[in-house]
Design a protein around this ligand. Structure first.
Ligand code: MG
Length: 385
């Protein structure tokens, strides 16, 4: 039986109160997502692994999945169920007999559970692993207990949930629009049989900060504040628009440069690299390399942010100052702020974009080009080196 794995990692985990989606938070020095990906990648029965992601998390995903030989990720939809359907559709033409659908937030999935799920797919089109409910269950109304619910036959369901490919794809298509809580429920709603196999008590789902148990698994290291500074200059050349902080502004000239010449984004990228002592843009993206010609500078900025995330750090605040006589920055300031916040995956309140002229003095004053400066403040775990 040819088996694919679909890992659903498109959620942003708003309940978690973290800027970085929980599946990308570190656990034993690696993203939570990477733990289950590595387990599946090492399993001989698994033919391919695809992850459904939020496109905003692409650089986090790239770090979490590096070297595992996965299929290209696909973008998710509005709800988890939409993301699963899109992921299944992306696998439809690849001739898999079965698919295991797994939550990115279950890092401790083990080989034995995977074997049990795959093994039982010979008996039914759907298989879920579960743990019998051990706690006493009560039903209440207005905080008053109205019944003690018999727990016989009740299970807490885990992932990976296994399905025969054609059945689950048809079921997801048939029930699109109905809100169902897991993929087994999708198959059930479409009339398919789902059977239960024993799960694993360690195969927990990371949902809230306190149950992360990560506190016990990985003692948090104290954070310290670091500051980085960046400076960049680009000269004007013939053209009809400039791109500053990701916003294209129609203008009588353009900025000259190897990439899109986004002078302010370059200054900010260097400030972030500087805050963690990670060199500069030219080091990571050499201008001699033709790959970066005309490249959107968001690629550079995302890379710098990803390096901070990879060090278990976070960006506290960034402040960018643009120096030019023209074009006018003011009308675009909010769009620029939002663009930077979006790329850095932080709130707009943590991003400042300012502009100044230089009173017609110097090269910016003479209208020969644009200069930008940036300061980045980040929190990173204290290290001795
Ligand atoms: Mg530059």
């Amino acid at each position: 039986m040819k088996v694919a794995v679909l890992v659903v990692a498109a959620g942003r985990g708003s309940r978690f109160g973290s800027v970085t989606p929980k599946q990308y938070l570190p656990l034993h020095g690696q993203a939570i997502l990477r733990h289950s990906l590595a387990t599946f990648a090492a399993h001989p029965a698994i033919g391919a692994i695809r992850v459904v992601i939020n496109p905003a998390d692409r650089s986090l995903y790239d770090l979490a999945s590096a070297g595992l030989g996965l299929l290209e990720p696909v973008d998710g939809g509005a709800e988890r169920q939409d993301s699963v359907r899109l992921g299944l559709q992306s696998l439809a033409e690849m001739n898999f007999d079965a698919v295991l659908i797994h939550d990115a937030a279950r890092p401790f999935v083990g080989r034995a559970v995977i074997d049990r799920v795959i093994g039982a797919l010979s008996k039914a089109p759907g298989v879920v692993p579960g743990i019998p409910v051990a706690d006493t269950l009560k039903r209440t109304r207005n905080d008053i207990v109205t019944a003690t619910v018999p727990r016989d036959g009740l299970w807490r369901v885990q992932t990976p949930q296994g399905f025969r490919m054609t059945d689950i794809l048809a079921a997801h298509t048939a029930v699109a629009g109905q809100a169902l809580t897991d993929d087994a429920a999708v198959l059930e709603a479409a009339g398919g049989t789902v059977i239960m196999v024993p799960g694993d008590a360690e195969n927990i789902k990371v949902t809230m900060p306190d149950d992360i148990s990560l506190a016990a698994i990985e003692a948090p290291r104290p954070l310290e504040t670091r500051t980085g500074f960046g400076l960049d200059v680009h000269a004007f050349t013939d053209g009809d628009a400039v791109t500053i902080c990701g916003v294209e502004i129609p203008f009588r000239k353009s900025l000259s440069g190897h990439s899109d010449a986004d002078v302010a984004m370059h200054a900010l990228t260097d400030a972030l690299y500087g805050a963690i002592g990670a060199g500069d843009i030219g080091h990571h993206f050499p201008p001699s390399d033709a790959r970066w010609k005309g490249c959107a500078s968001a690629v550079f900025l995302r890379h710098a942010a990803a390096l901070i995330t990879a060090r278990s750090g976070r960006i506290t605040h960034v402040d960018v100052t643009i120096a030019c006589e023209a074009p006018r920055i003011g009308p675009h300031r909010i769009a620029m702020t939002n663009c930077l916040a979006d790329i850095l995956n932080i709130s707009a309140g943590r991003v400042s974009v300012k502009a100044t002229t230089t009173e017609k003095l110097g090269f910016t004053g003479r209208g020969e080009g644009i200069a930008a400066q940036a300061v980045a403040t980040v929190m990173v775990p204290v290290t001795d080196n």
